[in-house]
Design a protein around this ligand. Structure first.
Ligand code: C2E
Ligand code: MG
Ligand code: MG
Length: 723
């Protein structure tokens, strides 16, 4: 019998899906007839066969050929089957190879020994059971394969779990609602939490108040949107102490009812607290003064730059106060630098006390430190945000000076220390950091020259009106929504024929909670400078038309509404006017729009087109303050005007100034010559009325007839006139 194994190649084995070589089976039996039989049966079934007739050959063959299955007779010469099986199991490749032990007899002791020696299965009565062999072999191969796969995946799982458990980075796995399902030991090490204390809790548990909620929101949005979030955040240890982690968090998908959905989140975090602490230290060193702990010049300049770029001018004013200790050098010279430093620290302490009481002082957001800074040897700076007005600023500056007025006890000696303060206001005294700083410096210089222990504005007087304007501007933005605007109505009397009220002018008033009643002469120009005049003007038109429509019961009354230059040239004017008329149901001829002479004269061609369009609606057009603007009268013929309103300045002087008297008479005559109605404004005296009547003036308006009144009072006035 040859010792060489004869291997039969077959490409596919029925029952095996995997393409490639057919499984190799090593048959170990000393009986050549049995080997032949087995070879026949299994080759027929598509397997490859190798043979060995004794124990030692079997082991050599096994190592050489690495068969997929071993059929082993229990009784072979040399080593018996049990011994071969046990030795095969020792070989590196032999551990998982299925071994089918066969015997000629039905011997239960042999069965037990076979399993003890590591056999996978046992086939007794080999002479009778050959039919079963093929099936048994197939089953064992399949079971062996599955076992292998299982062992492989188990070992992979083990590696993964070991890797995660022993990972030097902290790992957190949560469910889709961010409730913690797993944390590794590194996580527990960093946070000081036991695993059992965090499992089932929401990751919110780790949130530190210093991490802005917007960061968490951003992270969450990214994750539920399927994205990966990377960043550094500050978290909380079990004892509440902050620690910084650099983290990558990503969603883990699973399938539910055939759909892929997020089932978990995986977060890998690295503790970067040491690095962050160093960064903060370095930052602190370069941004803070070591003697007082206050922000330094550089820090303040940066912060001021940020404030100025974000400040919602004109809603808020920002002031820079530079404070310089008077004669600080003398203290240094007398007591030495150590005491000088001590004084600076004491001064800082008093300032911090004051800060806690002073609102409006800016914060350095990140470090929660007020923007009081030490910007030089004996120089401090304060940034006041949302400063209300010069009075309030002066008051705050005085508080800072007062804070120093008590003596400082230094080395047993009472030391008196005063200071000078220079104030510059953004944007009046400078719209950027450099200019503002320079202005504050100049103001400081002036304060020192004014005898010290005092404060000075960069240009107090010059700024007062600017300040008021800024305040007005800032308040005006909210005037409409706060319902602070009201319309007053002033009657117009017909002079010729029957003397009766034929119309009225709508005049706007602004009643501000802080600043009281403000004249349109003051706030309309401000509203004109920005687009506020448009919503304000629209409101006036709507309100006046509505009032006039309601007062039609008192006669065919016409309401005069003032239009500003910006309104006239705004593209929506025509639409606004038609809308106001339509919604109030006021007949168009009962609306008169007043435009001043100077406005009409700007870009005459466009004006003519605009006025013609307006006129087409059916309303009246009046030239307001006539006589004060351009002297060219030729345009009167080209524009579709109905009314001239003689300016109050001429009417006022009628009878006392011959010049004004002549002008008024001439305007009336010229107006009539052009077929226009003439209205005289500002009639206060009876003799003015008489003169105007004599000249044929059509209507008069003025205190003599009635002052501008709020709607309710004006209605009473109209009622009284009717009776
Ligand atoms: P105006 O259109 O020439 O209005 C006449 C002004 O003279 C009103 O001042 C009125 O109160 C005042 N006045 C009337 N009769 C007399 C009088 O007998 N004596 C004196 N001393 N004054 C008299 P007011 O209401 O302060 O308005 C000033 C100006 O503000 C108006 O001059 C007008 O140009 C503007 N204005 C008023 N309301 C509005 C408005 O709703 N929109 C626009 N764009 N401007 C308005
Ligand atoms: Mg007017
Ligand atoms: Mg006028």
């Amino acid at each position: 019998m040859s010792h060489r194994a004869e291997v039969t190649d077959t490409v596919s084995v029925p029952g095996f899906d995997a393409p490639g070589k057919a499984p190799l089976i090593l048959v170990v039996d000393d009986d050549p007839a049995i080997r032949l039989l087995v070879r026949h049966v299994l080759t027929e079934a598509g397997f490859r066969i190798a043979e060995a007739e004794d124990g030692h050959t079997a082991l050599t063959r096994f190592s050489e050929l690495r068969p997929d299955l071993l059929i082993l007779d229990a009784l072979v010469p040399g080593l018996d089957g049990f011994e071969i099986c046990a030795r095969v199991r020792q070989l590196p490749y032999g551990l998982h190879v299925p071994v089918l032990m066969v015997t000629g007899i039905n011997d239960t002791v042999a069965v037990a020994r076979a399993y003890q020696s590591g056999a996978t299965d046992f086939l007794p009565n080999k002479h009778e059971n050959w039919i079963l062999l093929e099936h048994r072999v197939r089953y064992l191969l399949r079971a062996g394969e599955m076992l292998c796969a299982l062992q492989h995946s188990e070992s992979q799982r083990r590696i993964l779990s070991l890797a995660i458990e022993q990972s030097p980075t902290s790992i957190v796995i949560t469910d889709a609602d961010a409730n913690i399902e797993y944390v590794n030991p590194r996580f527990c090490e960093i946070t000081n939490y036991e695993r059992s204390e965090v499992i089932g809790k929401n990751v919110r548990l780790l949130k530190h108040p210093d991490t802005h909620s917007a960061v968490h929101r951003d992270m969450w949005q990214t994750l539920i949107g399927g994205g990966i979030w990377r960043g550094e955040i500050c978290n909380c240890r079990k004892d509440g102490q902050a620690y910084w982690v650099s983290l990558i968090t990503s969603p883990i998908y699973g399938t539910h009812l055939g759909k892929s959905k997020i089932e978990h989140f995986l977060s890998i975090q690295e503790d970067v607290t040491t690095r962050r602490t160093q960064e903060i230290r370095i930052r602190h060193l370069s941004y803070f003064d070591p003697t007082t702990g206050l922000p330094n010049r550089r820090s303040l300049r940066e912060r001021l730059g940020q404030i100025l770029s974000h400040v919602a001018y004109p809603q808020t004013l920002t002031a820079l106060l530079l404070l310089d200790l008077d004669h600080f050098n003398r203290i240094n010279d007398t007591f030495g630098h150590r005491v000088g430093d001590q004084l600076l620290q004491e001064v800082t302490f008093r300032f911090s006390e004051l800060l806690n009481k002073t609102k409006n002082v800016a914060y350095l957001d990140e470090d929660r430190i007020h923007t009081v800074a030490r910007i030089g040897g004996d120089e401090f700076a304060i940034v006041l945000i949302e400063a209300i007005n010069a009075d309030r600023m002066a008051q705050i500056a005085q508080q800072w000076l007062d804070a120093l007025s008590r003596p400082f006890l230094l080395e047993g000696t009472d030391v008196i220390c005063s200071a000078s303060i220079g104030i510059a206001v953004h944007p009046v005294d400078g719209s950027d950091v450099d200019t503002l700083w320079k202005s504050a410096d100049t103001a400081l210089y002036t304060a020192k020259n004014s005898g010290r222990n005092t404060h000075r504005f960069y240009s107090h007087a010059a700024n007062e009106s600017g300040m008021r304007r800024m305040r007005l501007e800032s308040q005006l933005h909210r005037a409409l929504e706060r319902k602070e605007l009201v319309l007053y109505y002033q009657p117009q009397l017909q002079l010729q024929g029957e003397e009766r009220i034929v119309g009225f002018e709508a005049l706007i008033r602004w009643n501000n909670a802080e600043m009281g009643l403000i004249s349109p002469l003051e706030f309309i120009p401000i509203a004109e400078d920005n687009d506020l005049i448009i919503p304000i003007g629209n409101w006036v038109l709507e309100t006046a038309c509505r009032a006039a429509a309601a007062w039609q019961v008192y006669g065919d009354l016409r309401v005069a509404v003032n239009l500003s230059a910006r309104q006239l040239r705004h593209r929506s004017l025509l639409e606004t006017v038609t809308q106001a008329l339509e919604s109030s149901k006021l007949p168009p001829h009962c609306l008169e729009l007043e435009i001043t002479e100077s406005v009409i004269m700007q870009d005459a061609a466009t004006t003519a087109r605009l006025l013609t369009e307006l006129k087409a609606v059916g309303l009246h057009l009046a030239i307001d303050d006539f006589g004060t603007g351009y002297s060219s009268l030729s345009y009167l013929k080209t524009f579709p005007i109905d009314t001239l309103k003689v300016d109050r300045s001429f009417v006022m002087d009628v009878g006392t100034s011959t010049e004004s008297t002549h002008i008024v008479a001439a305007i009336i005559a010229m107006g009539h010559g052009l077929g226009l109605q003439v209205v005289a404004e500002g009639v206060e005296e009876k003799h003015q009325l008489e003169f105007l009547r004599g000249q044929g003036c059509d209507l008069i308006q003025g205190y003599l007839i009635g002052r501008p009144l709020p709607a309710a009072e004006f209605q009473t006035f109209l009622e009284r006139c009717r009776t």
